[in-house]
Structures are given as structure tokens and as C-alpha cells.
Design a protein around this ligand. Structure first.
Ligand SMILES: [Zn+2]
Length: 522
């Protein structure tokens, strides 16, 4: 077996015993030696293959602890034309979108509204062909009753000048009798069927490339069972390049228990994760559950999405089946009740419960989280996106908001993620938000509640080993040392020495998962 040596790099290992090394030797998927190049070569023996990293900074692969990859993948594969105000603007959006798709893949999406275009004309296939000549495209109107298709899409469903209008539908035709590309009502059904069968596997294959390009090597996926099935298919076909820890939707908990699923089941590429419960809603829609009413919204304390008794019952049910629990909680009352419910359910050896978002807490509950070993799964960019909302809606409430520093000091394990597609999945945006508490434009100067900022080392740890810990994988991932998986990224910006405002612009050069280069900047 050939040993692969990654060399000529400044490798930040995440291992406090040996924080930086020059080279790593990898056998199969695992690291077998880390250290100076001569030392690593000596340990590796004769049969080696060298991978030169050109002096780049190398970090453990980043691990997103909360991401909706199916929603993200679907969003990438669909174009949204609701905001377009002219045919030209719609076509520009379509052209921009088409370049991100795999060659030959369908272009779906749409929701165009020609009534609000500067010239409210019915678009035609020729316009669509001009930006989408080499792939089929089918775009429903905003009301869903009309589909705008290009020539290739019409060919693929067998619609031409000789096709009669179906019952309950109409194929719009030009003065020569040729289909214009506008299909009304039942005439659009063949395209609708194709859209609904949109191939999540294909979308996830494209999305995983995008996530690898951002430096992510592992994810905790929070989406549904269709996403699980797609990943299992990909895994079976040897197409999975990103490691997946897959949450169970609460509506599927009983079925998952019946089929014998439990947290941690699987292998290093695909594991069953926790069940995802909901404690409350969100701040922006005034539905997160608060002990005090929102400012300016008298008497509104938000919504307890899962009643307390049901929350406790679900946690007990999951634990009895060796399934860990991840509960969404944003408001202080939601967080308080979730901690109560975890405490009441008692400790189950080996199961790590988590609170997703953990945004606004009473300080006493942070202490309790630490005591109970509850992981705070947080998204640093939510903090900087929400600054105005918090100031408007939670004014005067004495809460710890996005309190990373308080959490760490109290001993609460932190796991970082993006919640994409709510936010962009770029982990370097998260690291920047965590170390500055400023928005991407640098405001507010000095950071919002700057006492809660983290160092880059702490932020990186939460986005690597912290996420691995939340999944019970801290002995496999997050540290570049012998015996660990060789999941690493080479980057163009050394986050430990660069100015903080350059961190969000970091470009990943090479992404290695399981010792193999899975993505490389061309
Ligand atoms: Zn989410």
C-alpha cells in the first residue's frame, strides 16, 4: 500500500501537543504520521507518493454542524425570477444561474411574472434559447399556470407543430404554427412531472462540490428523509465525497426507531445523527419563545412549538432508542424549557444532546447547559445578521445573546455551522463573524458586544473538533494527528497571521477527504 505524504505546508493540526507540522503521512483514509518532513518520510518508509501543497496554510477540514443540504442543493438548481422587472433582467438571471449547473442538467425554477415587466410581453422559447442553448429549461410562471420552456425542453417532451392541444391545456403557437414555448395548464403537465422528479441525487452531487470548494469536509445535515435516501444512494455508488451526519426529522422518529436506527450508526462517510425537535420559532417573525414580550409587540411572548410535556416525552423516547436529540431553541424561554426537558429525561451514556441556535439565554441556563453537557450548536453569521433585530425586539432584556465567550468560559461545548441556505454556507464568513462580531462590511466598528468575540483558534476549534464532538466523532475528525481521518484543506490565507478582514475572502486551494484530493481549485 502506497503511503501518501502531504508536504511543503504550514499545517495547523488542532492538536495542542503539536500545533503545527510540516508534513502528514496518510495510509488509506487515515493519518499515520505528522511532523517535520524528514521525520514523516522516515516513518512512512519507501513506497510513498508526494503531494506538494506549495507552502500553503493547511487546516483540519471544516465541519458544518447545522446545514440543510437538500434545500441548499435545490436552491442552487433553481432560478428565482420573481424580482425580475423586464425580460432582459429575467434572461440575465437565467444566464447567470445556468453556468452553475452541471452540463446538460435541466434548468428549473422561474416564478416569473411578465405582468410586472417593463414591457409585459409573453416570453418565448427563442429568448430562453439565447441564454440556455445547450440544456433543457422549464420555468413556471409565478401563479404556476403557465410554463415557459426552451426548444430543447419541448423536444424532450415531444411537443412540435404537429402536437395537438391536450384536453384542458394549450400549446401557444406563432403565426407559422410553431410552438412558442408557452405551455398552459395541462399542456405543461409533462414538464411538471419532470420538475417534481427533480433528481435530488444529481443536485446533491453538484452541491457537494460547492461545499468541498468552501473547505467543508463534513456536515450535520438537518433536512429530511429524501435527503438521507439520496446520500445513502450516493454512498452506495461510491459518489459521496463529503462526510454526512444525518439528522432524523421528528415526524420520522418512530419509523426510525422501528427500523433500528440509532445515533452514530453507520461508517465514517455516513452516520445517523440526532432527532431534530423544535422548541420555538424565530426572532424575525416574533415566534421565538421569550419570557418577556417583544419590544413594541405587547403581550407577545412567541410560540412554544412543541409543548413541554411532548418535548420531554420525545426526548425520553429518543434516548431509550439510543438516539441523541438536537432541539431548535432561540428565545430564552424555549432554551430554558429545553434544558429542563433534557435534565428531566436524565443522562444517557454516550448520547450528546444539543440545542440548535441557542441564541438568547438567561445566564443561569448557560451554567446548566455546561453541567448537563449540552452542546450549543450555533451559527456565527446569524449573530451579525440579527444585530438590528436583537436591538429592536429584545431591548432592555438582560439576556446573553450569541454568547460564545460566556458559553466557552462556562464549559459549554460549541459546535459551529451555517444553517445554509438561511445563510451562505461559507465557513470563513462564520469564522470572521465569530472573531469580529461585525457584519461583512465591518460594521459596527469594534464589533457588537465585543466581549463575546472568540479568538481565531477558538472559532476554528468550534467549526472543526466542536462539530465532531457534537456527533461523537472527536476521536476521528477535527485534529490532524496519527490515527485520525485525513480530512484537511489547503487555503490561500493563513487565518492565524492574516488580518481578520481578509478571513471571509479566504480561498480554498485543495480539499482532501479521507486522504484523497476531492476538490482542487483550477
Ligand atoms: Zn436550520
Amino acid at each position: 500500500m502506497t503511503i501518501r505524504i502531504f508536504r511543503n505546508a504550514k499545517i495547523y493540526t488542532g492538536d495542542p501537543g503539536r500545533p503545527t507540522v510540516e508534513a502528514l503521512a496518510v495510509d488509506g483514509e487515515s493519518i499515520v504520521a505528522a511532523g517535520g518532513e524528514a521525520e514523516v518520510r522516515a516513518a512512512a518508509g519507501a513506497s510513498t507518493e508526494l503531494v506538494d501543497l506549495d507552502g500553503a496554510a493547511v487546516l483540519p477540514g471544516l465541519y458544518d454542524a447545522h446545514i440543510h443540504t437538500a434545500n441548499y442543493a435545490r436552491g442552487r438548481s433553481e432560478v428565482d425570477l420573481r424580482e425580475a422587472r423586464s425580460l432582459a433582467e429575467a434572461l440575465a438571471k437565467i444566464a447567470e444561474h445556468a453556468v452553475r449547473l452541471a452540463p446538460g442538467a435541466w434548468l428549473f425554477g422561474g416564478r416569473w411574472n411578465s405582468n410586472v415587466w417593463d414591457r409585459p410581453v409573453q416570453p418565448d422559447r427563442h429568448a430562453l434559447d439565447s441564454v440556455c442553448p445547450d440544456r433543457p429549461a422549464a420555468l413556471p410562471s409565478v401563479d404556476g399556470h403557465t410554463v415557459w420552456a426552451n426548444s430543447q425542453a419541448l423536444r424532450m417532451i415531444g411537443v412540435d407543430r404537429d402536437t395537438p392541444d391536450p384536453v384542458g391545456g394549450q400549446i401557444a403557437r406563432d403565426e407559422h404554427g410553431e410552438p412558442t414555448g408557452i405551455l398552459r395548464e395541462s399542456a405543461s403537465y409533462p414538464l411538471r412531472a419532470l420538475m417534481n422528479a427533480s433528481d435530488l441525487n444529481a443536485e446533491l452531487r453538484v452541491a457537494q462540490e460547492a461545499l468541498l470548494a468552501l473547505g467543508l469536509t463534513s456536515v450535520h445535515d438537518i433536512d429530511g428523509e429524501d435527503c438521507r435516501a439520496a446520500y445513502l444512494d450516493m454512498h452506495g455508488a461510491g459518489e459521496l465525497k463529503l462526510r454526512v451526519h444525518k439528522a432524523i426529522p421528528v415526524g420520522h422518529l418512530e419509523a426510525a426507531i422501528e427500523e433500528g436506527r440509532y445515533t452514530g450508526q453507520g461508517d465514517d462517510w455516513f452516520r445517523t445523527g440526532p432527532v431534530k425537535l423544535f422548541g420555538d420559532g424565530a426572532l424575525g417573525s416574533h415566534t421565538c419563545h421569550m419570557s418577556e414580550a417583544f419590544a413594541g409587540d405587547d403581550g407577545n411572548h412567541g410560540i412554544a412549538v412543541t409543548p413541554y410535556d411532548e418535548l420531554e416525552r420525545l426526548i425520553r423516547t429518543a434516548c431509550a432508542a439510543r438516539i441523541a436529540v438536537a432541539t431548535h431553541a432561540i428565545g430564552d424561554q424555549a432554551n430554558h424549557l429545553v434544558v429542563d426537558a433534557y435534565e428531566a429525561a436524565g443522562s444517557f451514556p454516550g448520547l450528546r444532546h444539543r440545542i440548535e441556535h441557542a441564541q438568547h439565554l438567561r445566564r443561569a441556563d448557560i451554567t446548566r447547559m455546561a453541567r448537563l453537557g449540552i452542546v450549543a450548536s450555533m451559527q456565527p453569521v446569524h449573530c451579525t445578521s440579527d444585530i438590528d433585530l436583537v436591538q429592536d425586539l429584545l431591548a432592555g432584556q438582560n439576556l446573553a445573546s450569541y454568547a460564545w465567550r460566556t458559553m466557552l468560559n462556562a464549559g459549554v461545548p460549541l459546535a459551529f455551522g451555517s444553517d445554509a441556505p438561511v445563510e451562505h454556507p461559507n465557513p470563513f464568513a462564520a469564522l470572521h463573524a465569530a472573531v469580529t462580531r461585525t457584519r461583512p462590511d465591518g460594521t459596527p466598528a469594534g464589533g457588537w458586544q465585543p466581549e463575546q468575540r472568540l479568538t481565531i483558534g477558538e472559532a476554528l476549534l468550534a467549526h472543526t473538533l466542536g462539530s465532531a464532538y457534537a456527533a461523537g466523532e472527536e476521536d476521528r475528525k477535527g485534529v490532524l494527528a496519527p490515527g485520525r481521518l485525513a480530512d484537511l484543506i489547503a487555503v490561500d490565507t493563513d487565518p492565524f497571521t492574516a488580518k481578520t478582514d481578509s478571513i471571509p475572502h479566504t480561498k480554498v486551494l485543495t480539499t482532501v477527504v479521507g486522504g484523497a484530493v476531492r476538490w482542487q481549485r483550477s
